[in-house]
Design a protein around this ligand. Structure first.
Ligand code: PEP
Ligand code: MG
Length: 909
């Protein structure tokens, strides 16, 4: 460590923006601004290496440090034209932390160092205001006493409160200079009493006390836990910035403000900011005085002048700086400035945080302005911001009262009256009422209620639970697995602690955060969504223009195809508008639950003979044919994967317990004997079909092997639908998918049936249909024997929901409400593996399966249709392992497209 201290300001700046690791973000950017010829109050940065060495040597500074700091203080004094500790013309300094990455509020800052009873007089003379002088002194003693000397904050606060009471005033600002003078004395006495040490008078001691405090704040428990949470290595250390103070409260030609180089809410290319005359930085944010807008264009209140009017010259310099910074950083900046007696000083610049709308607008406009490339625009878009652009969101003007948190199962925002049953939801929803469907968990029987609800809240179930998957498919907001709420169906209420929400009360859900809130928080539909849903014309929406432009760049870059998981033509149409290139999964079981279908499905399951089963199956055929025609039409010309029936049959039968209760009631009431017998028969069938582990039971292709007529009916419906459409001039591209295969023989058998039916139908109709038969890879054995399986499969689609379940041995429907939160909390697992693909374990099986599958059949089409297909880091993985496409719910299609392009760009880096 040759050099420990780096000067900035004036012409002798030693650092630059590239030295972030050594100087921290703040120090590097201050140096960079100084290099650009922008006036920053002079100062110096003690490097992060000093911090590391300070810890290694148990709190001792390197030998030369004192000398280097003294030299740099001298330089600072020369540039600023004032002396540290000078009674007439005192220089005051701030000491602030600054790590490589911003850790907001985690570490310490001390302002106004250098004030004491002697320098105060010179300071007051300089600023020309006694009250401000004493107020700065009071704040300094309080801050220093607390941060450096460890006196409890309340000790000072209670004295301040007492003083205000004595004076009969409410605000700090109403205290007089002599009140503040008394407070300084009282504060110093508290320091003495609590620490046994006098408050340091010597500026030199004050400075070193503050530097030590900032270094030590790197290792406070709150900083350590913040680092842990954000994966920031402790070895990075913090830099310390010592900088000359400038004052915005030196009279009417002074002021201070914050600004963004573009509007952070809309992204519009206008200079946007607020300031206050004769004030200090914290006054702008404290909200006691109303800040003014910096320019005429953004003025809200005509009675308040803008900086452009009050100080045109200063405003002009600020505009020049804005241009300089944007050109230099090539991104929107968030800046802080102070005007001290007519002179403008820049205190900070950093990348500005912005809304999703602003993000996409600035990215696209900066490409058009020639500031950045199309690729950089793609890199800058956060996938989560893309989410915000699509889903309805809460009006940010309203405050949220969160009562419970669950899983953020499907993003968006929703408000409505609480109802507890799908039927009731359906009834009220049809009347146009806004409702939230609250269930312990949902099942396919609840679909009609979910479809009309604004949002869905469940107490159980995880990221791949029925509620989560279906809500995502519908683009509907859902908070799942919210175990903090007690759902009482009987009394029709939810309780959380002593809060009670009755049926008909309003609640709001934030599916992006997983939050449940009391009352009705108003929502706004995103513009893009309104266009997708035909409620607005694309040309009326500039945001849509930016979105489609960015997406056209995305499509030029990405290699992965993006399909959608859709069960209805409506979803398929939406997905196609979002850019889906086909369907990667249709869960046909979702078609079995329609009002007129369920009785037929039950007839099929309960049939005592093969003949009767065949009859019921035949009844289902035309219905399914209609379903598939709708899907093929919506995706005309694009591949549509239809998966044959997957779930265990008992899911289509009434609930065992409910039926038992019904029968008992009927018996007690002396009900019709025949009816009772019928119900008892049904109960016996349910008991027969009931399994200990239905997820590992008689489902998937196991149904196709044992009840071939069901799969054959579905295959017939698929090929009949395709034939009819070809005759009508359409171009259907069916791909038939067999679920839950673990042994190649299962596929051999079911595939043979499918091909036989396909040939039969084509012969009957006199058409040729281009089609494929393939399988899901969703069990470890399938992945391991993929070479064999590929000989029978023209495509693979990874079902990573079941593959995660069976690789971990975690039940996908229970895990998230039970031990998973603890696992994540205790860092046993980094993330929920049902949401974010476990690349090391499950991903390894995926990789092996692809490798062996491609050996077994050259050019085999490979994709993914588990919920991971729309999650950015998992999409990147799918790109890396060479899949052909990902498939996800319609609303995640744009996110998957963006992530696929970002995956390509990551490789280019
Ligand atoms: C899967 O298991 O990943 C899958 C897509 O199928 P399902 O979620 O319907 O079991
Ligand atoms: Mg599955």
């Amino acid at each position: 460590m040759e050099k420990m201290v780096y000067f900035f300001g004036g012409r002798s700046t030693e650092g630059d923006a590239g030295m972030r690791d050594l100087l921290g973000g703040k120090g590097a950017n201050l140096a960079e601004m100084a290099n650009l010829g922008i006036d920053v109050p002079a100062g110096f940065t003690i490097s992060t290496e000093v911090c590391t060495s300070y810890y290694e040597s148990k709190g001792k500074y390197p030998e030369k440090l004192r000398q280097d700091v003294a030299g740099n203080m001298k330089k600072m004094e020369d540039v600023m034209g004032a002396r540290f500790g000078d009674p007439e013309n005192p220089l005051l300094v701030s000491v602030r932390s600054g790590a490589r990455v911003s850790m907001p509020g985690m570490m310490d800052t001390v302002l106004n160092i250098g004030l004491n009873d002697t320098t105060l007089k010179g300071f007051i003379a300089k600023i020309g205001n006694e009250r401000t002088g004493f107020d700065s002194y009071r704040r300094f003693v309080q801050m220093y006493g607390n941060v450096v000397m460890g006196v409890r904050g309340e000790a000072f606060e209670s004295l301040l409160e007492k003083k205000k009471k004595e004076r009969g005033v409410k605000n700090d600002t109403e205290l007089s200079a002599s009140d503040l003078k008394e407070l300084v004395k009282e504060f110093k006495a508290v320091v003495k009493r609590e620490t046994g040490k006098p408050f340091p008078e010597k500026p030199e001691d004050q400075l070193w006390g503050a530097i030590g405090a900032v270094f030590s704040s790197w290792d406070t428990p709150r900083a350590v836990s913040y680092r842990k949470l954000n994966n920031i290595p402790g070895g990075w250390g913090t830099a310390v910035n010592v900088q000359a103070m400038v004052f915005g409260n030196m009279g009417e030609n002074s002021g201070t403000g914050v600004a963004f180089t573009r509007d952070p809410a809309t992204g519009e290319n206008i200079f946007y900011g607020e300031y206050l005359m004769n004030a200090q930085g914290e006054d702008v944010v404290a909200g006691i005085r109303t800040p003014q807008q910096i320019n005429i264009r953004t003025k809200k209140d005509p009675s308040l002048p803008s900086l452009e009017e009050e100080m045109p010259e200063v405003y002009k310099s600020l505009e020049d700086i804005r241009e300089k910074l944007e050109k230099h950083y090539r991104d929107m900046q968030d800046i802080e400035f102070t005007i001290q007696q007519g002179k403008l000083w820049m205190l900070q610049t950093r990348t500005g945080k912005r809304t999703a709308v602003a993000s996409i607008r600035t990215a696209v406009e900066m490409v058009e302005e020639g500031l950045i490339t199309e690729e950089e625009a793609i890199r800058r878009m956060e996938p989560s911001q893309m989410d915000q652009l699509l889903h309805p969101m809460f009006d940010p003007k309203f405050e949220k009262k969160v009562i419970a948190k669950g899983l953020n199962a499907s993003p968006g925002a929703a408000s409505g009256k609480v109802v507890f049953s799908a039927d009731e939801a359906d009834k009220l929803g049809r009347k146009g009422e806004k409702i939230i469907l609250v269930r312990l968990e949902t099942s396919p029987e609840d679909i009609h209620g979910m479809a009309v609800a604004q949002g869905i809240l469940t107490a159980r179930g995880g990221m791949t639970s029925h509620a989560a998957v279906v809500a995502r498919g519908m683009g509907k907001c859902c908070v799942a697995g919210c175990s903090a709420i007690n759902v009482d169906y009987g009394r029709e209420r939810i309780t959380v602690g002593d809060i009670e929400v009755k049926k008909g009360d309003y609640i709001s859900l934030d599916g992006t955060e997983g939050e449940v809130m009391l009352g009705e928080v108003p929502t706004i539909d995103s513009e893009i969504l309104r266009i997708i849903r035909d409620k607005m014309k694309p040309e009326e929406s500039p945001i849509y223009g930016y979105y489609s432009k960015l997406m056209s760049w995305v499509d030029k870059v990405k290699r992965l195809g993006v399909r959608t998981n859709a069960d209805t033509p409506e979803d398929a149409v939406i997905a196609r508008r979002f850019g889906a290139e086909g369907i990667g999964l249709t869960r046909t079981e979702h078609m079995f639950f329609g009002e007129e279908r369920l009785p037929v499905v039950r007839k099929m399951i309960l049939a005592p003979t093969d003949e009767e089963r065949k009859k019921a199956v035949d009844e289902l055929l035309p219905m399914q044919r209609g379903d598939f025609k709708g899907l093929f039409k919506a995706m005309d010309g694009l591949p549509v994967i239809i998966r044959l029936l997957d779930p265990p049959l008992h899911e289509f039968l009434p609930n065992h317990e409910e039926l038992l209760v019904e029968i008992t009631k009927l018996k007690l009431e002396g009900g019709d004997k025949k009816k009772i017998e019928g119900k008892e028969e049904l109960l016996r069938t349910i008991e027969k079909l009931k399994e200990m582990n239905p997820m590992l039971g008689h489902r998937g292709c196991r149904l196709g092997v044992t009840f071939p007529e069901v799969y054959r009916m579905q295959a017939r419906a698929i090929f009949e639908a395709a034939s009819e459409l070809i005759a009508e001039g359409y171009n259907p591209v069916p791909e038939v998918m067999i679920p839950l295969v673990s042994h190649v023989n299962e596929l051999r058998l079911t595939r043979k049936d499918t091909v036989e039916v396909a040939e039969e139908v084509m012969k009957e109709k006199g058409v040729r249909i281009k089609y494929m038969v393939g399988t899901m890879i969703e069990l470890p054995r399938a992945a391991l024997t993929a070479g064999e399986i590929a000989k029978e499969a023209e495509f693979f689609s990874y079902g990573t929901n079941d593959l995660t379940q069976t690789t971990f041995g975690f039940s996908r429907d229970d895990v998230e409400g039970k031990f998973l939160p603890v696992y994540i909390d205790k860092k046993v697992l980094p993330e929920n593996p049902f949401a974010v693909l476990d690349q090391e374990g499950v991903g390894e099986l995926v990789r092996i399966g692809i490798e062996r599958g491609r050996k077994g059949r050259k050019g085999i089409e490979i994709g993914i249709c588990g919920e991971h297909g729309g999650e950015p880091s998992s999409v990147e993985f799918c790109h890396r392992v060479g899949m052909d496409y990902v498939s996800c719910s319609p609303f995640r299609v744009p996110i998957a497209r963006l992530s696929a392009a970002q995956a390509v760009l990551k490789e280019r880096k």
